[in-house]
Design a protein around this ligand. Structure first.
Ligand code: ATP
Ligand code: MG
Length: 274
């Protein structure tokens, strides 16, 4: 028997895959989503989303991608994930070109830029907003990368900018952006993600349990409050704590997670109360 069966769940509620069904519409995650979409709809150009580890930047970027793809024909949107810091401006431009639909991206940089500009005009004439979401943007670490991004942000149609870029990264992203101060001055919207508060943490835990199929309470309210104290409302740490707590409660044959289980699991994970 698994803990899923023990608690009557269809699946594990705190798995790490960013499945949009699990997205919890906390005030701050939803606030961020609405503000970012508004910035894109009003062609603000550059948006920066800053947040410490595990606060939900990647999940938010997926959610935005998902939402924009589902709004048929309104956006030409792509998500790039930067996996190491050795990438070059040329590589990034090519990637952006391909994602925007440039068919045979040129090797020559100025040719490639003019291909991208043409494509941006084509997208605009089709009545769509072009959006490039870049996760792990702090891996962009050279001045020429930021200069090229600024160049693309400068492309304008009659009345508005033709490309919107949203950068997601931890606070050090702002340090790297300082490599190109004129880019920093073009930031149209900056969103800072913060940890969940105690009520949002309780809502978050219950939401994920419900999506996984829970039909009754499986975390007592006291256990949720204690989980907040140990995790300080950081979603990734809440997930680790709650996943371990479900397993532990199952092993101890308890029908719900109580504060004693949270204390035990938090101590195993090396977490300290505030
Ligand atoms: N709004 C949310 N609803 C549901 N789950 C969330 C939400 N935000 C974050 N999570 C969960 O928290 C975990 C951490 O989120 P995520 O990976 O997006 O953080 P991150 O800010 O990108 O972290 P890192 O800086 O390490 O890249 C993920 O497992 C994700 O599913
Ligand atoms: Mg991430």
């Amino acid at each position: 028997m698994s803990y899923e069966q023990h608690f009557g769940l269809k699946e594990q509620p705190f798995a790490i895959t960013p499945d949009p069904r699990y997205f919890y519409e906390s005030d701050q995650h939803m606030g961020a989503l609405i503000r970012i979409q508004h910035a894109i709809d009003s062609a603000k150009g550059l948006t920066v989303v800053i947040g410490d580890m595990g606060l939900g930047k990647t999940f938010l970027s997926r959610k935005i991608l998902d939402k924009m793809q589902s709004e048929d024909g309104k956006y030409e949107v792509a998500l790039l994930i930067i996996i190491h810091h050795e990438i070059t401006a040329g590589w990034l431009l090519k990637k952006i070109g391909v994602q925007l639909g440039v068919e045979s991206p040129a090797e020559d940089k100025s040719l490639l830029i003019s291909q991208i500009c043409k494509q941006l005009i084509y997208i605009d004439e089709a009545g769509k907003r072009a959006v490039i979401l870049i996760d792990e943007a702090h891996m962009l670490q050279t001045q020429d990368i930021y200069e090229e991004l600024r160049g693309l942000l400068n492309v304008e149609g009659g009345t508005h900018k033709l490309l919107n870029i949203v950068l997601f990264g931890p606070p050090e992203l702002e340090k790297f952006m300082q490599l190109d101060p004129p880019l920093v001055s073009r930031i149209g919207l900056k969103v800072t993600l913060r940890p969940l508060d105690v009520n949002a943490t309780i809502g978050y835990i219950n939401h994920r349990a419900k999506v996984a199929g829970a039909t009754r309470e499986i975390f007592t309210p006291e256990a949720c409050k204690l989980a907040y104290e140990y995790t300080r409302g950081i979603p990734r740490i809440i997930n680790a704590t709650c996943d371990n707590a479900l397993l532990e409660a199952f092993i101890q044959k308890k029908d719900r997670v109580d504060p004693a289980i949270i204390d035990q699991v938090a101590s195993d994970l090396g977490l300290k109360k505030e």
